[in-house]
Design a protein around this ligand. Structure first.
Ligand code: E4P
Length: 225
């Protein structure tokens, strides 16, 4: 499962990259608004930091297929290879996906709340389909179950489209889909940090340090042997 950061704040992106094996960054207009600043400059700084080989997902803002196609062509031309054009899974969006995928563009179908939206996105040529796990949970529909259903639909219909699960709010949602072997998950920094935040781990590591220091002296490590 690929692991991406769902944020545009460069400081938070750098802080997560420092410790974790990350495959790229996803954004949407709301994430860019929260970040503030000029969206083009923010995205360019992210691309510069993550490098050309990492995945960057950038969403179109237009609402008609024709305009989505124009925006979609400009996004990878601006931010380079491995830039995915995020297109909302609306009727206009499906039309744009078909046109852009026919021309070989990388596409992430976003704003997916139902399995049949994902089916239509896959059939329209999307490389990734992004179900909004927590938002679906909030509708009482079961975000993890919906995502598993999408994975089954893709497998049973022979689609190469991968899932890019999004909108996570807790570790359990991430773990359930990691276990199921989905293609990718995009996760906000605080939820990524929550995957390993555990007082038992902190205490166990502190005990190891304390015991070694009792044996060899304060501040000593195996480098002092
Ligand atoms: C993916 O990039 C989605 O746009 C994003 O995960 C939605 O997350 P939210 O439900 O926290 O807004």
């Amino acid at each position: 499962m690929k692991l991406l950061i769902d944020d545009a704040n460069i400081a938070r992106i750098k802080a997560i990259y420092k410790y974790y094996p990350i495959d790229g960054v996803t954004t949407n207009p709301t994430i860019l608004k929260k970040c503030g600043g000029n969206p083009h400059e923010v995205l360019a700084e992210i691309r510069d930091f993550i490098g050309r080989d990492a995945d960057l997902h950038v969403q179109v803002v237009s609402t008609t297929a024709e305009e989505m196609i124009s925006e979609g062509k400009k996004i990878p031309a601006t931010f380079g290879k491995n830039t995915y054009i995020k297109i909302p899974s609306t009727p206009e969006g499906f039309a744009a996906m078909q046109a852009l995928s026919a021309d070989g563009y990388l596409i992430t179908a976003t704003a997916i709340y139902t399995p049949m939206q994902a089916f239509l996105a896959a059939k329209s040529g999307a490389n990734y389909a992004a179900p909004y796990v927590n938002r679906i949970d909030n509708l009482g529909a079961g975000g993890v179950e919906t995502t598993k259903t999408i994975q089954n639909i893709f497998r049973n219909n022979g689609f190469t489209t991968q899932i890019l699960a999004a909108s996570f709010k807790n570790s359990q949602q991430v773990q359930a889909l990691c276990e199921y072997g989905i293609g990718a998950a995009t996760i906000a920094p605080d939820v990524i940090e929550g995957l390993v935040r555990n007082a038992c781990v902190t205490s166990a590591v502190a005990d190891f340090t304390k015991d070694f220091e009792k044996l060899c002296g304060e501040g000593k490590t195996t480098l002092d042997f």
